[in-house]
Design a protein around this ligand. Structure first.
Ligand SMILES: Cc1cc2nc3c(=O)[nH]c(=O)nc-3n(C[C@H](O)[C@H](O)[C@H](O)COP(=O)(O)O)c2cc1C
Length: 139
C-alpha cells in the first residue's frame, strides 16, 4: 500500500478543504494518508512517504505563503527525488498565475509533478472532482 502525505497551509480554510478532498481521493484509491500542516513537515519526514501533495493558496502577489509554507517547501523540494507530487491551492482575484509559476519552478527543479489543481475560493463541484482525482493519482 502506498503512503501519501498531504501537506498544506491555509489561512481561511479553502485550501484545507482541498487537502481533505485530495486525501479522500487517495484513501478511496487504496493509499494510507496523513494530512499535515506545513509547519509540522520537513525533509526528515519524507522517507515515510511514497508520494506528497502540497497545498498552498495564492498569497502576496501570485506567491506562496512565505512565513510557514514556502520555507518548508524550499527545504523539502531538493529531497523529493522521483516521488510523485501533486500541487494544489485556492485563489481569488487573479486567474491562477501563482500555480503556473509554482509548477514551472517545481518542474524546473526536477520534481515529478503528476497533477496540479486550483480552486477559486472554496472548492466547488469541479474542483472537488479534480482534487479527488489528483489524490487518486498519488495512490
Ligand atoms: C495576503 C493575501 C494575498 C493574496 N494574494 C492573492 C493573489 O496574489 N492572487 C489571488 O488570486 N488571490 C490572492 N489572495 C486570495 C487568496 O488566495 C484566497 O482568498 C484563497 O481562497 C485563500 O485560501 P485559504 O482559505 O486556503 O487561505 C490573497 C489573499 C491574501 C489574504
Amino acid at each position: 500500500m502506498s503512503k501519501v502525505a498531504v501537506v498544506f497551509w491555509s489561512g481561511t480554510g479553502n485550501t484545507e478543504a482541498m487537502a481533505n478532498l485530495v486525501a479522500e481521493g487517495a484513501k478511496d484509491a487504496g493509499a494510507e494518508v496523513d494530512v499535515i500542516q506545513a509547519s509540522d513537515f520537513d525533509s526528515t519526514k519524507l522517507a515515510e512517504y511514497d508520494a506528497v501533495a502540497f497545498g498552498c493558496p495564492a498569497m502576496g502577489d501570485e506567491e506562496l505563503e512565505d512565513t510557514e509554507f514556502e520555507p518548508m517547501y524550499d527545504e523539502v523540494e531538493p529531497s523529493l527525488d522521483s516521488k510523485k507530487v501533486v500541487l494544489f491551492g485556492s485563489y481569488d482575484w487573479n486567474d491562477g498565475e501563482w500555480m503556473d509559476l509554482w509548477r514551472e519552478r517545481a518542474e524546473g527543479n526536477g520534481v515529478n509533478v503528476v497533477d496540479s489543481v486550483i480552486a477559486k475560493d472554496y472548492p466547488g463541484d469541479e474542483a472537488e472532482t479534480a482534487c479527488k482525482a489528483a489524490g487518486a493519482a498519488l495512490a
